[in-house]
Design a protein around this ligand. Structure first.
Ligand SMILES: C[S@@+](CC[C@H](N)C(=O)[O-])C[C@H]1O[C@@H](n2cnc3c(N)ncnc32)[C@H](O)[C@@H]1O
Length: 493
């Protein structure tokens, strides 16, 4: 098969050299030379991640078979009467990395503490208001809500993130007790023999051998139990894993940290981490009078949440994104080293229990392959387009890609319903969420969620674009992250 025909068949999704070589049954170097020749002639274009497409597919938004972001936005405005505004404050988690308490665990997928503070400050909430984050991650919402005097509730399925949220909201943890326990732990660990590394096959590649041995000594010296000090030490240990490794999260876990930047002194790293926590707790003590009541962090599935009707004033969250992060893959070191997973089967079970990501086992999408009954008519169109594009390419990584997207949105329906029920009238549900480009198809995840909110009973108070992002598939394609504010009507029961 000629290379242009093979590439034409892959349409908007495009192909790597290897995929085309397989399709043509030709050696990769020869195919690579052909593609590069065609690229120089201007007939083929190379996109990010080594993907080639025919020139015709270079700009998706000029094609008839592509529905561009602007078209969805126009429809959204026309059908719902809500125009997209802008939020100009910081939205990503990165400023939290240096903030007291928020810096206790390196997390990438959260939003900024300032966003939560701005939001709570902009609403006229009586103290203490009841504030929920159903996907609370490492606890940005509950930490800020409690600092501002409110009663915070968080649910989070991934155990290390739930641990972080629990520890970070225990403002009354005694800094002196933590300090003493940290010093004692390091002393015991230094005297201890190296232990057995966790089950992850790549562990020897993750760490320098001395670092690895010292990490096992620290881990085996951690106190047993789930009291506040024990959990704080466990979190401090979790927090040094990636900085001590050859890995980095940017945002996905991968190799890349130059070895020279990883200090081999694991004990010093751990002691610094505990010291930072102790310093933050001491500083936090000064504002004790304004803290809200202790937060409740539940290791519960947000889809199965059953809070009493009318028991919430505000819900704020950022759910996982469509086709986004595989949290289990990204936090597998924390899961394995902290003893939350003892083998790959545990990781797979956890992944299956969470909101759908694109590494979901196939059996989990079996019920979602039909595009008939979906949570929104726009979604039906979008799923059909994904299915067509994937079928055209034949060798797409997942031929059930539309099933994954379908399940993702279906997963969020019960969350919208439960939060609606639990909010008091005029209570807000604020979601930070992104859009996506998948299989040559644009998915306005933010607008879809807003529309699904209406079906759950909410009215849309606002949709504000907070920042632009680049698509991983096509670097030139601009995606966005939006803040959707839904309100339960005043007269709702
Ligand atoms: C975008 S992150 C939230 C980040 C959080 N706002 C912060 O600033 O730390 C989404 C979180 O949802 C969690 N998650 C996924 N499926 C879940 C489910 N069914 N129930 C509860 N949490 C879930 C993931 O583990 C992840 O931590």
């Amino acid at each position: 098969m000629p290379v242009l025909d093979a590439l034409a068949e892959t349409g908007a999704i495009g192909s790597t050299v290897r995929q085309i070589a397989t399709r043509m049954a030709s050696p990769e170097p020869a195919v690579s030379r052909l593609l590069e020749g065609l690229r120089k002639d201007g007939r083929v274009v190379r996109l990010g991640r080594g993907l080639y497409v025919l020139k015709d597919f270079e700009h998706l938004d000029r094609r008839e078979d592509f529905v561009a972001p602007e078209e969805f936005t126009e429809r959204f405005v026309r059908e719902g009467g809500v125009t997209l505004g802008r939020y100009n404050g910081p939205i990503t988690f990165s400023p939290n990395d240096t903030l007291p308490v928020h810096r206790w665990w390196p997390y990438v997928q959260g939003y900024s503490a300032e966003f939560v503070r701005d939001l709570i400050g902009s609403l006229d909430l009586a103290l203490p208001a009841r504030v929920l984050d159903p996907f609370c991650g490492s606890g940005t919402t509950p930490v800020e809500a409690r600092k501002l005097g409110h009663r915070a509730i968080g649910t989070e399925l991934m155990p290390p993130a739930a641990l972080a949220a629990r520890v970070k909201t225990r403002f009354e943890l005694d800094p002196d007790a933590l300090d003493r326990a940290g010093v004692g732990l390091v002393r015991r660990a230094r005297r201890r023999r190296a232990g057995v590394p966790p089950f992850l096959k790549e562990t020897p590649q993750h760490f320098d051998p001395t670092v690895l041995a010292d990490l096992t000594r620290l881990r085996d010296s951690l106190p047993i139990g789930d009291g506040p000090v024990e959990e704080a030490l466990r979190l401090a240990f979790g927090a040094i894993l990636i900085p001590a490794s050859r890995l980095r999260r940017s945002p996905c876990l991968g190799y890349g940290r130059p070895e020279s930047t990883t200090s081999p002194d694991v004990f010093a790293r751990f002691a610094d981490q505990v010291r930072a926590m102790v310093d933050d707790l001491r500083a936090l003590g000064a504002s004790r009078a304004s803290w809200g009541p202790p937060a409740s962090i539940l290791a519960t599935d947000a889809r199965a949440l059953e809070l009493p009707p009318g028991s919430l004033d505000l819900a704020v969250t950022s759910p996982p994104y469509v086709n986004g992060m595989d949290y289990v893959m990204n936090y597998k070191l924390d899961l394995a080293w902290l003893g939350y997973a003892h083998g790959y089967a545990d990781l797979a079970r956890l992944r299956s229990s969470m909101v759908a990501c694109d590494n979901l086992p196939r059996r989990e999408t079996a019920r979602y392959l039909s595009t008939r009954e979906t949570p929104d008519p726009w979604l039906t169109e979008i799923l059909d387009r994904i299915r067509t594009n994937v079928a055209r390419k034949q060798t797409y990584r997942r031929n059930d890609a539309h099933g994954i997207v379908h399940r993702y949105f279906a997963d969020l329906v019960p969350v919208l319903r439960h939060v609606y029920r639990a909010l008091r009238p005029r209570g807000r549900f604020v979601l930070v969420v992104g859009d996506s480009l998948l299989a040559g198809t644009y998915i306005p995840g933010d607008l879809l969620l807003a529309r699904m909110g209406i079906r759950a009973g909410f009215r849309i108070a606002s949709v504000d674009v907070a920042r632009e992002r680049r698509s991983g598939q096509r670097r030139s394609f601009r995606l966005r992250e939006s803040i959707i504010s839904l309100e339960k009507p005043a007269l709702a029961g």
